[in-house]
Design a protein around this ligand. Structure first.
Ligand code: SF4
Length: 405
């Protein structure tokens, strides 16, 4: 297939595919799917070998958010019966993080619901970061606290944060249909603040919210433009009690095509399979490891994932290896660029990109008001309703039960 040969060549050269080429990946048929996975797998192996990075989520503050992101079980007015609690104490967060690190996680992602942190919240999270770093040598810490005000990214960096996550989630054109309480521009601004402070930028998307193929291409090209180091790809978990509860739009095949497209557009970036992995990829998860080089270990923010041991077994059975703490995730040309930004005097950053931080890596749901999927021949895009696979998290952070790691 000429398309796939072209995309592999471009991916190996870190050259941006055309929008038409990226759209064509999403439009491939199920008969072509294994060829698509094999092609994107070549690009993945060029930059990341057979390594899989494990990340561990710690939900520092759950639910009761004043924002109205319609995909999110923690949103204003959510009827989802999730765990709700205010800030974990640093020692509680450290204990949860240590379980993830013991399970093989290289990065701990500290996430808090809310529009954005107060300066006091930043102090609190700073203490937590220091405690985690002290107790777990070599661990990377990413903070995900919402929209940042001036100076907060620098304070998180000074406390030891390596990265900041804030997802763009969907295209600029459809953002207003998903969330009314803040804007796409607000999100871009926070990604740029994190990047300018020298934090590694983590920013991704949520697929399955009723968006069109063009919307998916728009957001992935925007992430490339922002130069995020990590791109979490969430697949909407349609939580009962949220506006997007009925949006079951994804099939395992569609999820694989989306991951392949992201790999071709962002070839040398950490592509992470985020929320919804088990729900939407199901038994096809091992194939997705040929596309993404990173996953979350264990549970998500408000929902349960498969057992941490099942994650490890899957990686080994598929012929991949867990990335060790001594290995640099990103290819040298990217990691050196991030280090140079971190070392630059304040304000001396930027260029074409920056990192974004995951706003809510685990939340997901769909936009009832968005335009439908593009009709693609020879493939089924409507997903089966599998609410039986959505389990609200009842263990780990904020409970008395041991975390899943
Ligand atoms: S995604 Fe974040 S900001 Fe939006 S409702 Fe959920 S917790 Fe709040």
């Amino acid at each position: 297939m000429d398309l796939l040969n072209t995309l592999v060549d471009k991916g190996l050269r870190r050259e941006l595919p055309t929008r038409e080429e990226a759209l064509a990946v999403l439009a491939t048929s199920d008969d072509e799917l294994l060829d698509v996975v094999a092609a994107a797998g070549k690009v993945r192996r060029q930059w990341f070998g057979r390594r899989v990075k494990l990340n561990y989520l710690v939900n520092l503050k759950s639910g009761l958010c004043p924002e109205d992101c319609s995909y999110c079980s923690q949103r204003l007015g959510s009827k989802a019966e999730i765990l709700k609690y205010t800030w974990l104490k640093p020692e509680e967060a450290t204990q949860a993080a240590a379980a993830g690190v013991a399970g093989g996680a290289k990065r701990v992602c500290l996430v808090a619901s809310g529009r954005g942190p107060t300066d006091r919240d930043v102090d609190r999270v700073g203490k937590t970061i220091e405690a985690i770093k002290e107790g777990n040598e070599g661990v990377e810490v990413c903070a995900c606290l919402g929209l940042l005000s001036d100076g907060q990214a620098e304070r998180l960096r000074d406390a030891g944060a390596d990265a900041y996550n804030h997802n763009l989630n969907t295209s600029e054109a459809t953002y207003g249909e998903i969330t009314k309480t803040h804007t796409y521009a607000d999100r871009v601004d926070t990604v740029q603040k994190a990047h300018a402070a020298g934090l590694s930028a983590c920013s991704g998307l949520i697929a399955g919210m009723g968006e069109s193929d063009e919307d998916l291409i728009d957001v992935v090209y925007a992430l490339r433009e922002l130069d995020a180091d990590s791109v979490p790809v969430n697949f909407l978990i349609p939580f009962e009690g949220t506006p997007l509860a009925k949006e079951w739009n994804l099939t395992p095949q569609r999820a694989l095509r989306i991951l392949a497209m992201v790999r071709f557009v962002c070839p040398d970036v950490e592509v992470r399979i985020a929320g919804g992995r088990e729900v939407h990829l199901r038994t096809m998860q091992p194939l997705a490891l040929h596309l993404a080089n990173s996953i979350f270990l264990g549970d998500y923010l408000t929902s349960e994932g498969q057992a941490g041991q099942a994650d490890l077994d899957m990686i080994a059975d598929a012929g991949f290896e867990v990335e060790g703490a001594g290995t640099t995730t990103l290819p040298a040309h990217r990691s050196e660029a991030t280090a140079a930004v971190a070392a630059a005097p304040a304000g001396g950053v930027c260029g074409s990109g920056s990192g974004a931080a995951p706003a809510a890596a685990g939340c997901g749901s769909a936009c009832g008001g968005c335009s439908g999927h593009d009709a693609a021949p020879a493939q089924a895009d409507a997903g089966e309703v599998r609410s039986d696979l959505v389990a609200v998290r009842r263990r780990g952070a904020g409970t008395d039960l041991a975390p899943n790691a």
